[in-house]
Design a protein around this ligand. Structure first.
Ligand SMILES: *[C@@H]1O[C@H](CO)[C@@H](O)[C@H](O)[C@H]1NC(C)=O
Ligand SMILES: *[C@@H]1O[C@H](CO)[C@@H](O)[C@H](O)[C@H]1NC(C)=O
Ligand SMILES: *[C@@H]1O[C@H](CO)[C@@H](O)[C@H](O)[C@H]1NC(C)=O
Ligand SMILES: *[C@@H]1O[C@H](CO)[C@@H](O)[C@H](O)[C@H]1NC(C)=O
Length: 489
């Protein structure tokens, strides 16, 4: 573990949605403010370690048998009859339950799986991972972003997401690692020793066991998707699958591609991209911007003068939701009477509704989850995280894996500028020039294709792209799954 703890803590704090880590209840305006202060207080001056995850992972490439537990009858037991408060006319199968990844430690990961309503057997299998680290793919991904339902403002009933990704795929949401959401370990030290490596390892073990439980998906085209800190998880899991595929006599996972939204890829380019984004969006003064440009060397770590200007830059943001700089804030934590629910108008208090829903005893029972106090993000000790994931991305490019990065263009936390700096640093030849892409006669965003990687923006989307632009997000992911760029007219 060469990375300094303070530096790692700072990195992790940067990535947390304000809502849950240190403020277990909900996100209010003041808490955003508090988080920004906290971020500033934790910033470290130590130069980042540029060692890649693949180098750190040496040794894992040898053949190692993976624990496979008995799966008989479990698929049937995991079938969800109905979720409490779900609307009429649900026309797809849903499953929820646990997969044991380490029986000695007593470690199990929770999943929620939704099949496609139409022609499920001809559609790919898509895994979705939220980031944090420590945040739930059920609470965010499934219930607020790309899942089939959203929670209404009463915190008890659901409405349908017409633009859910199970329109085009069979979608598997994994709460990862243990300690997140409903996933747990009976060995409490597992929570203090979480990290990138064990997360990838457990997710791989999860997949092999899950495929025994759902054997018809064993040979299905498989894609890994996610957002934010899953900028680490997704490439690392893909790398793990490709290297283990070579070295195992167990199931070979038919990995075809990865897509990551507003990904945290590289600490340096993310820092630089963030402050550029603030200034170009009118959120920072010329003075702060000039100071940062003059005094901050993002490669060697911030000097005192640099830190002073960065503090000023954060202060200047004021009380905004940095994950979507134009979004309204949630003004009240109280549940309301159920409104119809509008998929195209994201309610900024949705975190509260989801938190209420997933803590109902009958909801936990219906999901086949343990009786737990569920929260969207939990505090885990993080043992290892490389400062850059770009070497792993390069290895995946060399393997021929389809790689798409997409970027909601009004997110200030992992902004489009940061993703562009990261991609530019790879110096890949352009194969399709930067151009607009269209959905429903509007520019949905912009796209550029490089040799081995595509980068697309989603216009008017924050950090959680499908929350803010559900139609554009579905259009984009459909194109990704088909392996063709989104339409040019
Ligand atoms: C964890 O402990 C609980 C309570 O003893 C037990 O019911 C559960 O089966 C254990 N989980 C695993 C994966 O062993
Ligand atoms: C990976 O998981 C297996 C259990 O499936 C365990 O034996 C092994 O030690 C783990 N390796 C790492 C690097 O966590
Ligand atoms: C896979 O290989 C291991 C190690 O050689 C062996 O113990 C195991 O029986 C093999 N499993 C199968 C299903 O062939
Ligand atoms: C869940 O646990 C809480 C606290 O122990 C208890 O009050 C509640 O009745 C339990 N609910 C169910 C459905 O078992």
């Amino acid at each position: 573990m060469r990375m300094k703890v303070a530096q790692l803590t700072w990195l992790l704090l940067m990535l947390l949605p304000c809502h849950h880590f240190f403020f277990p209840i909900v996100c209010t305006a003041n808490q955003i403010d508090n988080l920004n202060k906290l971020i500033k207080s934790r910033r470290s001056k130590s130069p980042p370690v540029a060692q890649s995850w693949a180098e750190l992972a040496v040794g894992d490439e040898h053949y190692s048998p993976v624990y496979i537990g008995p799966q008989d009858g479990l698929r049937k037991a995991d079938k969800i009859r109905a979720l409490p408060g779900q609307p009429e006319g649900v026309d797809f199968d849903q499953y929820g339950g646990y997969v044991t990844v380490d029986p000695k430690a007593g470690r199990e990961l929770f999943y929620y799986f939704v099949e496609s309503p139409q022609k499920s057997s001809s559609k790919p299998l898509v895994l979705w991972l939220n980031g944090g680290p420590g945040c739930s793919s059920l609470g965010y991904g499934a219930m607020e972003e790309l899942g089939p339902f959203r929670v209404k403002s009463d915190g008890k009933t659901l409405f349908r997401n017409d633009y859910a990704w199970n329109n085009v795929a069979n979608v598997l949401f994994l709460e990862s690692p243990a300690g997140v959401g409903f996933s747990y370990s009976n060995t409490s030290s597992d929570y203090d020793n979480a990290g990138d490596k064990s997360t990838a390892n457990d997710s791989y073990t999860f997949l092999l066991n899950w495929l025994e439980r759902f054997p018809k998906y064993k040979t299905r085209d498989f894609f890994i998707t996610g957002e934010s800190y899953a900028g680490h998880y997704v490439p690392q899991l893909a790398y793990t699958i490709l290297s283990r595929n070579k070295n195992t006599n167990q199931t070979k996972i038919n990995l075809k591609g990865i897509a990551i939204g507003n990904a945290w890829l590289d600490d340096n380019t993310n820092n630089k991209g963030q402050f550029d984004f603030y200034w170009t969006h009118g959120l920072n003064s010329d003075e702060a911007n000039a100071g940062i440009n003059k005094y901050c060397d993002f490669l060697t770590g911030p000097s005192d003068t640099c830190t002073k200007y960065q503090d000023q830059a954060y202060d200047e943001l004021g009380n905004i939701d940095v994950y979507n700089i134009y979004a309204p804030l949630c003004q009240s934590n109280a549940m309301k009477t159920a409104s119809t629910g509008f998929i195209n108008n994201f309610d900024p208090c949705t975190d509260n509704y989801v938190n209420s829903y997933l803590n109902l005893a009958e909801v936990q029972k219906a999901f086949h989850a343990r009786n737990t106090s569920w929260s969207a993000c939990n505090d885990l000790g993080w043992a290892d995280a490389p400062t850059t994931i770009l070497p792993t991305i390069k290895q995946l490019i060399a393997s021929g894996t389809r790689i798409w990065l997409y970027s909601g263009d009004i997110d200030g936390r992992c902004p489009v500028t940061a993703t562009r700096y990261a991609v530019n640093s790879l110096k890949l030849p352009v194969t399709t020039d930067y151009r607009p892409w269209y959905y429903d006669n509007e520019v949905g965003g912009f796209v550029v294709e490089y040799q081995g990687l595509a980068l697309a923006t989603v216009r008017g989307a924050g950090h959680e792209v499908p929350s803010y632009q559900p139609e554009r997000a579905l259009a984009l992911i459909s194109s990704f799954l088909q392996g063709k760029l989104p339409p040019s007219n």
